[in-house]
Design a protein around this ligand. Sequence first.
Ligand code: I85
Length: 359
Amino acid sequence: MMGDSHSRPLQPRKNPISDDYRITGSVLGLGINGKVVECFSRATGEKFALKVLRDVPKARREVDLHFRACHGCCHIVRIIDVYENNYSGQRCLLVVMDCMEGGELFTRIQERADSAFTEREAASVICDIAKAIQHLHSMNIAHRDLKPENLLYSKRSEVGVLKLTDFGFAKEISIYKSLQTPCYTPYYVAPEVLGPEKYDKSCDMWSLGVIMYILLCGYPPFYSNHGAAISPGMKKRIRNGQYEFPNPEWSRVSSDAKELIRGLLRTDPDHRLSISEVMQNKWIKNYSMVPPTPLMSARVLREEEDVWMDVQEEMTNALATMRVDYDHCVNIKNLSDSNNPILKKRRTQSTKTKGAEAS
Ligand code: I85
C-alpha cells in the first residue's frame, strides 16, 4: 500500500527502531493522533523527531501521503524512516522525521523586536507556504489541516526554513480514483462529481488566507464572541465573509495584500483563488519588491499571548467543520448518482421491455 507508480516506494522497516535510534523521553509535541518525541540516530548522533502512531489504516494513509509529498519540496517536513514495531503492546508506525528545531511560525514572529517584522517578510513567508501547497495540489493531495501549529522552522537561526507537517487529515483527490467506481462513465461525468477535488483544495486556500491575515496584523479575521469553541455568531461571520481590516494595524498594509486576502477568504469555494492563481499574484511572485512596511503583528501576538490558545482552537474547529461539510457534500452527490433505487429499478425494467420488443 505504501508508495505507488509515481513515487519512491516506502516499505516500513520491521526491525526494532531501537537498533537504529535512541529514543529519549523528551516530548516535542502532542498531536491528536500521536505524540512526537525526540530521538537520536545511533549511526550519526544526529537528532530527529519521532511520531508514534497506532498502526491503523488512517495512520497508513497519513504516512503514505506525507512520505510521497515530502520529496521534491523543501517546505514539507522530510520523513527519514518508517518502522512497523510493537510499542508498549500495540502495533505502531514509528515515523522518523527531520527535527524542526526552530519551533512554530507565530512563536518565532512573536519573539521578534517590535516593527522588525515587515510586510515584505510576511510575503516571503506566505510564498513559502504557498510553495508547499502548490506541490501538494499538483500531486492532487489536499492537506486540509493547514494551521499555525503545523508550520515549523527547521532551525532557530536565520537560516531556518519554514515547513509544513502533519498529514493526519490529508486526502488524495485523484479524479481517476473517484471514477474507478463502476457507476460513472468518465465521458459523461457531471462537473459536480469532479467537484470534491476542488473543494478539498479550496479548504487549503481558505487556511492560507487566514494565516496571511494573522501574519499581517497578529489577530485572526474571525473570532468568537465568547472566547473558546466556535460559536454560532462566528460561524455566521465566516459564512457571510464578515471580516474587516481595522486600523491602526492595517492602515499601512498595501492594498495588494488586502486584495489577495479577499481572494483567499471568498465564502464561495468556487470563487476562491486557486494555488496557481496565488503563485501568479504579484505580491507573491515579486515578494522581494513588496514594501518593507513595519507590521504590528509581533507586538499584537505578544500582547494577546493569553488568547493565542483560543485562536488555535478556533482554527482547529473551523477546519473540522469545513472538512465535514465538504465530505458530506461528496457523500450526497455520490449516493444520489450511484445508488438511486428508482433509477436502478427503471433501468432493469427498460432492459426487460427492450428484450421483449426485440423478440
Ligand atoms: N520539532 N502540531 C502541534 C516537530 N520536528 N510536530 C505536531 N503533528 C505532527 C505537534 C503538535 C504539530 O505531525 C507535530 C507533528 C510533527 C512535529 C514535528 C516534526 C519535526 C518537530 C503534531 C519540534 C521542536 C523541536 C525542538 C525545539 C522546538 C520544537 O517540535 C522548540 F522550538 F519549540 F523548542
